[in-house]
Ligand binder design. Structure first.
Ligand code: BGC
Length: 406
């Protein structure tokens, strides 16, 4: 039997665009219309059905829920803020609070308003100021009911897909642009942190708890040669820790938000910066069970990551961890093995204070569409009927007792 610390946050996470539906003013929506891509459409209809989803979360003993605010709803045109949408998100937060579920609010989760994207998105020097005025409006509207804020979700994942691989909007492939966007994200976070903090003081509210959600991967050398070991070291430094180190230097992180899914097998073809940064082994040399997108299931990587994040001396919340699987037994196996590794890290002195499974319901998995099923709760996309999976019930028992039966 494994017992987790008292007052642990237990729950699930989601992002607005992936579940709400009809986010017509978002750059991602526009991108979907441009080509033969799967459209997010009504997504999970969470915008209308959030009460039902939160009732289910409550019935599964969740005491926390991570959600995001869709910027393009709040500010569909530059400088024009929608009171109706602000009220909507206030209602969403209050509906969590009324169920004693702690809201963890993300301000940016991959999507931007169309007007923002059109004027250069995060490459524009003014992006930071634009993001801040949106943050200010949202913070003032919700501060009274929110303690945990995440300014930006996975800047590294967004930059990699949108500005290096160029497979997400705005489809740019340039290291220079990627660096510029990263600098703007760093500055946006630091300034948003200070702004949120200032607003709480002004309003006489208790200190907020602010961070980012950082995607981390276990970088494992495929063969133990010097090139691979060096590349794994570099990737860990750049991809996993680079952004966190920068915002930590400015003392703008109150907890570490960690999103962990998988490992990467590092196999570098030749000495070269792009090779060191990106080459992977495609030969399935060390086969492990995989999720339905082919990502290796590697729970011990989470343990290793947690130990390396200990250096920040801050509480750590697992802000995402999950699996897309058609076999629900595999989902439970995944949750179980990752919880075991989290607990091992706790026993080794890491201060983990929460775990949020990705995701509460099935949702729209970006460029992969509706195929991958990450949800604790399944969705029938014809009727929008929700079905609680067995893995959700087993996880719900852990949420209730704080105990993982071995
Ligand atoms: C993102 C989610 C995404 C999940 C599964 C994370 O990188 O924050 O939006 O659905 O991974 O791919």
């Amino acid at each position: 039997m494994i017992k987790f610390p008292q007052n642990f946050l237990w729950g699930a996470a989601a992002s607005a665009y992936q579940v709400e539906g009809d986010n017509v003013s978002s750059d991602w929506w526009q991108w979907e219309q441009d080509a033969a891509r799967e459209h997010s459409g009504l997504a999970s209809r969470h915008y209308q059905l959030y009460e039902q989803d939160f009732d289910l979360a409550k019935s599964l003993n969740h005491n926390a829920h991570r959600l995001s605010i869709e910027w393009s709803r709040i500010e569909p045109e530059e400088g024009k803020f929608s009171q109706i949408e602000l009220k909507h998100y206030l209602d969403v937060i209050l509906s969590l609070r009324s169920r004693n579920i702690e809201p963890i609010v993300t301000l940016h989760h991959f999507t931007n308003p169309i007007w923002f994207a059109k004027s250069g998105g995060w490459q524009n020097r003014r992006s930071v100021a634009r993001f801040l005025s949106y943050c200010e409006v949202v913070t003032r509207a919700l501060a009274k009911y929110v303690h945990y804020w995440i300014t930006i979700n996975e800047p590294n994942v967004y930059i990699y897909h949108a500005y290096i691989l160029g497979i997400w909007p705005p489809e740019v492939k340039s290291y220079l642009r990627a660096k510029l966007v990263e600098d703007n994200f760093v500055s946006a976070h630091i300034k948003a942190y200070r702004l949120i903090d200032k607003i709480y003081r002004e309003l006489g509210l208790f200190n907020p708890c602010i961070s980012i959600a950082q995607n981390v991967m276990a970088f494992v050398p495929c063969t133990m040669n010097l090139k691979n070991r060096f590349a794994a070291y570099l990737r860990d430094k750049w991809y996993n820790l680079g952004f966190l180190d920068k915002i930590m230097r400015h003392k703008t992180m109150d907890f570490v938000g960690v999103n962990y899914y998988s490992r990467q097998l590092v196999e570098v073809k030749k000495w070269g910066i792009a090779n060191l940064a990106m080459d992977v082994c495609k030969n399935n040399h060390h086969p492990l069970k995989k999720n339905s997108l082919g990502w290796d299931i590697y729970p011990e990587g989470l343990y290793e990551m947690l130990l390396s994040l200990k250096k920040y001396g801050l509480p750590i919340i697992i802000t995402e961890n999950g699996i897309c699987a058609l076999d629900d037994n595999l989902r439970w196996e995944y949750i179980y093995s990752h919880l075991k590794n989290i607990h091992l890290a706790v026993e080794n002195g890491v201060n983990v204070t929460g775990y949020l499974y990705w995701s509460l319901t099935d949702n729209f998995e970006w460029d992969k569409g509706f195929g991958p099923k990450f949800g604790l709760i399944g969705i029938d996309y014809n009727t929008y009927k929700r079905t609680v999976r067995e893995s959700a019930r087993l996880f719900g028992q852990v949420c209730k007792t704080g105990v993982l039966e071995c």
